[in-house]
Design a protein around this ligand. Structure first.
Ligand code: EPU
Length: 434
């Protein structure tokens, strides 16, 4: 398992190219299962989760081809990816095996597309993960409302459709609010159902909107995406199309915070601050300035960071996927901050590791109280999930001395070439391969 060695203290300065969104790419790739012909996707990042989805689509009868990278890198920094083609060759395959689902929970997003277009899906039941239990009851309930039958057999979810799915009006919210991938699963299945479906309590995340936009290009009739009420008029077929996935808003936020923590100045290319208004709002209170100019953001920060309070919420609220990185930043604020996690109340594995680096964080249930310290110190720490790992990298960038982060495969699931991007703007970070 690879590790990162980071020597803290360098000010980050320069330009970073933001990648396409992982969390939009995964359901978008799954939605390509429903289309006839060859779909072409631009901006899909090279990540281990994307490799797992490629493999899964291959097992589900698709031919997946990644074009060579677009020629030269822009100035410093890594080379851009070539487009990804997905073509369905064999519609008889409907099984997502344990070996893949256990490496990537997002495999669940093939459930709706398979039921909508092939009438059958067998998906190994996703287990819990480092950030909590992660149930899929809402996905199942929504698809049942469309007429799918489900049973659990030997750890697999088996879904079947007799005849065709039928549209209906349904409420899809749960105790923690709306579900992102659940909304997308139901929306995909409903796209080829008979009649109209209305999802009330739908997730409003930009990744839901991007998937709906792709599907509309394929011939689906979806409206209301981005609001809590999505309306889907079923169609008989979907035809392959070409699409560019949205920029990764979580990677963008992570680099904004990196600039702020190192007292640096970064220019972030290809990003959309409209998807990060809650993050911008909270960070401006901390003292971080983000200026936008077309698709580029310029980040700079005050030397003194103010403490703040924030709560993670469904979109457009502050994203749970930026909670750990914000916590790393607030470790250096001048006073006491409070973060409450409303989406995944157990998503605090980074707390212990940050404390090993000299942070002063106290956890009380789903709330963390962060007492700012003057500096963090390098230590050997363990990455436990994707965003917790990002928080440790951020902490390592400013810590005194050397930080070793073990198990960085978590970060490879969601941040494309993170060390190359950081090195290009002045960080001292090195991957140690094992
Ligand atoms: N929930 C249920 N039942 C369900 C589904 C969800 O109770 O059937 C609960 C969850 O336990 C959670 C809340 O609803 O408390 C929201 O979960 P959601 O379903 O929205 O999460 P997801 O769709 O499984 C996606 C992202 C996550 C991100 C969440 C929330 C992907 C591949 N994953 O997960 O991303 O944290 O939405 O925004 O899109 C990450 O990238 O690090 C990551 C974990």
């Amino acid at each position: 398992m690879d590790s990162f060695l980071i020597r803290g203290g360098n000010r980050l300065k320069g330009r970073v190219e933001i990648s396409g969104s992982k969390n939009a790419s995964l359901p978008i790739m799954a939605a390509c299962l429903m289309a006839r012909g060859r779909s072409r996707l631009h901006g899909v990042p090279r990540l281990s989760d994307i490799d797992s989805m490629n493999k899964l689509l291959g097992e589900l009868g698709c031919h997946v081809y990644r074009h060579p990278p677009e020629d030269s890198p822009r100035e410093k920094g890594p080379v851009l990816n070539g487009p990804l083609d997905i073509e369905v060759m064999d519609e008889s395959r409907c099984e997502a095996r344990y070996e893949i689902v256990s490496t990537m929970r997002a495999s669940i997003c093939v459930l709706g597309p398979l039921l909508g277009s092939r009438g059958r899906a067998i998906i190994s039941m996703p287990g819990g993960c480092a950030i909590g239990d992660r149930p899929v009851d809402l996905h199942i309930r929504g698809l049942q409302r469309l007429g799918a039958d489900f049973r659990i057999e030997s750890g697999n979810i088996i879904g079947e459709v007799r005849g065709r799915l039928k549209g209906c009006r349904m409420y899809l919210g749960g105790a923690q609010g709306p579900t992102v991938l659940g909304t997308i699963n139901v929306m995909c299945a409903a796209a080829m159902a008979e009649g109209e479906t209305v999802i009330v309590g739908a997730a409003c995340e930009p990744e839901v909107v991007d998937t709906a936009n792709l599907m509309n290009k394929m011939g689906a009739k979806i409206s209301g995406q981005g609001t809590p009420e999505i309306r889907i008029e079923g169609v008989d077929k979907l035809i392959a199309t070409e699409h560019r996935v949205i920029p990764d808003r979580i990677e963008t936020a992570t680099f904004i915070i990196a600039a702020a923590m190192t007292n640096g100045e970064l220019e972030l290319k290809h990003c959309n601050l409209d998807h990060l208004l809650a993050v911008e709002d909270r960070l401006s209170e901390v003292g971080i300035r983000v200026e936008r100019e077309n698709g580029t953001l310029r980040v700079s920060s005050a030397r003194r960071l103010n403490p703040i309070e924030t709560t993670t919420q469904p979109y457009p609220g502050f994203p749970t996927d930026v909670q750990a990185q914000l916590m790393a930043l607030l470790c250096l604020a001048d006073g006491m901050s409070v973060i409450t996690e409303r989406i995944f109340p157990d998503r605090f594995l980074h707390v212990g590791e940050l404390n090993r680096m000299g942070a002063k964080i106290r956890k009380e249930g789903a709330t963390a109280v962060i007492q700012g310290v003057k500096e963090l110190q390098g230590a050997t720490v363990m990455a436990s999930d994707l965003r917790a790992s990002a928080a440790l990298v951020l902490a390592g960038l400013v810590a005194r001395g050397q930080t070793r982060i073990n198990r960085v495969y978590h970060i490879d699931r969601g941040y494309e070439k993170i060390e190359e991007k950081l090195i290009a703007v002045g960080a001292d970070i090195q991957r140690v391969r094992e």
